[in-house]
Design a binder for this molecule. Structure first.
Ligand code: NAD
Ligand code: UDP
Length: 346
């Protein structure tokens, strides 16, 4: 009987790019807890050393500052390519770098994987579906992306990375995986991350106005980070027959942004009021993953309800704000939809 059949995981050397980020830090922690040696790369653009400092004493974790848009070399059995700013406020602040990170970061991860015969997983995104006209979104939907707009640097950057993964597979015997990640939240998001869950919690805890972009009728499906990490690891472990096509990872529970705001206000007991701001350009109106492929191929489905996940996340931000001293303002997207600009001007 093999080690795997006996349920004993073999210790591997695993490279995680974007290791100091929100998802990356949770993934590194799980991998270390399962007995693997983990090497992290990050340029700290949106990540923080504090997210991984507790892992450095494990003896199984090394962290190196590096921009994945530049070539690098590491020996590894598996590579998770997570490096990329994920919040619209941050990826739109430096759009050319976002495209460089998305495409060149994927190219360099594939080249390293090719050279050391490692499995490689790309953190892709529900943004490849753009503002979807099919609902919920299955993996065979090609999407509705504006290639020449505010979100294009990220959406098209991630789409080009998927195309590169496909192209490598055509030319080389490489085992590649693509996870299309839907909105994920949890502890270790930065206070100024700018995404909706962290913004609303920070605003509610500070007693500030909750910033609803547009009318708040747009929907998102929110996945707790532990569920996502489980899905990423199952995808990496899957054989070529279960895991070569892109796979949606997300929680199919769908909420309007107004519903999320009301839930956060209720759970924090906040006196914050809602304030309505212009909708950012090309903001998708609805989003919900079809997760049948992940359920059938990986035996995966999310387990953490929005309420349970928010509880843990609110606890985290309460602590982060109390030790942080000064209260950071959440970041926001400043480029608004053309329709909103017109209606404001008129
Ligand atoms: P994050 O911004 O918290 O983490 C990204 C990390 O990548 C940060 O530590 C950042 O410093 C690092 N990074 C950025 N550019 C880099 C570069 N050029 N070189 C090296 N490091 C770089 O975001 P996250 O939520 O943890 O997202 C992780 C990955 O998952 C990203 O690729 C993102 O696109 C993808 N994703 C996340 C979500 C989500 O809801 N969290 C949804 C879809 C896709
Ligand atoms: N949003 C909002 N207020 C905020 C931040 C975001 O209303 O303070 C909205 C945003 O317009 C979008 C949704 O919440 O419709 C999710 O935004 P986020 O930036 O978290 O991720 P996205 O799914 O847009 O990439």
């Amino acid at each position: 009987m093999s080690m795997m059949e006996m349920g004993i995981a073999m210790s591997k050397t695993i490279l995680v790019t974007g290791a100091a980020g929100f998802v990356g830090s949770h993934l590194c922690e799980r991998l270390i807890n399962e007995g693997h040696n983990v090497k992290g790369l990050d340029n700290y653009y949106t990540g923080a050393k504090a997210n991984v400092s507790h892992l450095l004493d494990s003896g199984s974790f090394q962290m190196r500052r590096h921009d994945v848009a530049k070539p690098y070399w590491e020996q590894a059995d598996e590579i998770y390519n997570l490096a990329c700013p994920a919040s619209p406020a941050h990826y739109q602040a430096s759009p050319v770098d976002t495209m460089r990170t998305s495409f060149l970061g994927a190219l360099h991860a594939l080249e390293v994987a090719s050279a050391c015969n490692a499995k490689v997983l790309q953190a892709s995104t529900s943004e490849v579906y753009g503002d979807p006209s099919v609902h919920p979104q299955p993996e065979d939907y090609w999407g509705n992306v504006n290639p020449y707009g505010e979100r294009a640097c990220y959406d098209e950057g991630k789409r080009s990375a998927e195309a590169l993964f496909y192209s490598f597979r055509q030319e080389r015997p490489l085992e590649t995986k693509i996870a299309r990640i839907f909105n994920t939240y949890g502890p270790r998001m930065q206070i100024n991350d700018g995404r909706v869950v962290s913004n609303f919690i920070v605003q509610a805890l500070n007693g500030e106005d909750i910033t609803i972009y547009g009318e708040g009728n747009q929907t998102r499906s929110f996945c707790y980070v532990d569920d996502l990490v489980e899905g990423l690891m199952r995808l990496m472990r899957s054989g070529p027959e279960q895991g070569c096509e892109p796979i949606n990872l997300g929680n199919p529970g769908e909420f309007t942004i107004l519903e999320l705001a009301e839930q956060v206000i209720k759970m924090t007991g906040s006196s914050s009021k809602l304030v309505f701001l212009p909708l950012p350009a090309d903001d998708p109106k609805q989003r919900k993953p079809d997760i049948r492929r992940a359920t059938v191929n990986l035996g995966w489905e999310p387990k953490v309800s929005l309420k349970a996940g928010l509880e843990k996340t609110i606890d985290y931000f309460e602590h982060a704000l109390s030790v942080g001293g000064t209260v950071a303002k959440p970041a926001r997207v400043t480029k608004v939809a053309a329709s909103a600009q017109i209606s404001l001007a008129g």
